[in-house]
Design a binder for this molecule. Structure first.
Ligand code: 1CP
Length: 341
């Protein structure tokens, strides 16, 4: 097997870890901004297979990352389920909300998602043809809780307040919504795999705000259900789970969900995670993305410290969260050089 990401996911310890970055195709790159301009708005770029595959390939050409992540967004699934979705420049996503039984009833059946999402599968097909032989193609979706927080609030929220409120006030409706997103996610990721995705990642960006039993019920359990269903259909496709903000609950996440790899944010130290998480399987992470803005000696030292801490087991190098638009593209090269030498 020549693909280093697949080797790490198969449990292999490598002298030099494979590398990719969350949000590696994005506004910090001038070539992304140019293609985005050509496409018009962000959603038009997501639904244009030629341009979406082009922006997926840009960071591979520039940096030679070991992995390419499909260019799309976690909010395309709610849109395919019938939510209105638009992006307000400088502010972020807006969606029509689901807070009542009547809103929920208006959503489309899960099997209807392909009508909206087929251009995304086309992007995956183009990429599986055009990527270099050594580059792993990563598909993705949002985790049900994280997707639900946007569907309930109609936008991003600092504390996921509206989703917590619905959970407390109408748990039956909240769980129905999570169940529907879970089913939709299984279908969406299966289609991506059938189109050529070699690995899939589940982004639970807001898992950290689930407290007590809620973490088990709404972060662990939906991930376990999705992974079990995918493994039944596609037993050889590895799954990366990213329960951002899980803190000490990263421990045991492999076993509880069946994830092949657990992606770590920068809220845990590499030494702690090597001892408590990597013992159970492959880990991904976890350089602070602010180093991509500040650079310097600290970027190099932190990068090397992470590689060293995880050198005893399977590891995929990544940031702890997405690279930000104010990052310096040269700092990405410095990070890669610190890893590959
Ligand atoms: O202006 C632009 O060009 C849009 C910025 C942008 C980009 C580049 C958005 C809007 N989404 C994306 C692409 C994207 N989103 C990818 C593509 C592949 C890559 O990583 O290179 C991926 C994997 C995502 C995933 C995503 N979207 C997440 C999960 C990961 C995370 O960052 O926590 C979330 C929460 C979203 C929602 C979303 N989409 C876009 C924004 C600005 C947001 C966050 C909104 C908010 O909470 O306020």
């Amino acid at each position: 097997m020549t693909k280093t990401i697949l080797r790490a996911l198969a449990g292999e310890t490598q002298d030099v870890p494979p590398i990719w970055m969350m949000r590696q195709a994005g506004r910090y790159l001038p070539e992304y901004r140019a293609t985005r301009e050509k496409a018009g708005d962000f959603l038009s770029l997501c639904y244009n297979p030629e341009l979406a595959s082009e922006v997926t390939l840009q960071p591979i050409r520039r940096y030679g990352f070991d992995g390419a992540i499909l260019f799309a967004d976690i909010l395309l699934l709610p849109q395919a389920l019938g939510a209105d979705l638009w992006f307000v420049t400088g502010e972020g996503p807006r969606l029509s909300t689901v807070t009542t039984e009547a809103d929920f009833e208006k959503l489309k059946p899960v099997h209807a998602i392909d009508e909206t999402l087929s251009p995304i599968y086309e992007t995956v097909k183009i990429l599986s043809r055009e990527l270099p032989a050594e580059t792993t193609l990563i598909g993705f979706a949002g985790a049900p809780w994280t997707v639900a927080t946007y569907m309930i609030a109609g936008k991003g929220t600092p504390d996921q307040g509206p989703a917590h409120a619905l959970k407390d006030e109408n748990r039956a409706l909240f769980e129905q919504l999570l169940g529907k997103i879970t089913e939709g996610t299984i279908e969406y990721l299966s289609r991506q795999i059938e189109a050529g995705a070699e690995v899939v990642k589940i982004f639970d960006s807001w898992a950290g705000s689930l407290q007590g039993d809620d973490f088990q019920r709404y972060a662990v359990e939906p991930a376990r259900i999705i992974i079990e269903a995918l493994k039944r259909r596609h037993p050889d496709v590895p799954v990366i789970a990213f329960p951002r903000g899980a803190a000490e609950r990263f421990k045991g996440f492999h076993a509880a969900t069946g994830a092949t790899c657990v992606a770590l944010d920068d809220g845990v130290t590499p030494d702690w995670a090597a001892e408590h998480v990597q013992v159970s399987g492959c880990v991904q992470g976890n350089l602070k993305s602010s180093h991509m803005v500040t650079g310097g000696e600290e970027l190099v030292a932190e990068t090397r410290a992470i590689v060293e801490a995880f050198s005893g087991g399977p590891h995929i190098f990544n940031l702890g969260h997405g690279i930000t638009p104010d990052a310096d593209p040269d700092n990405v090269s410095r990070m890669i050089e610190a890893i590959r030498g």
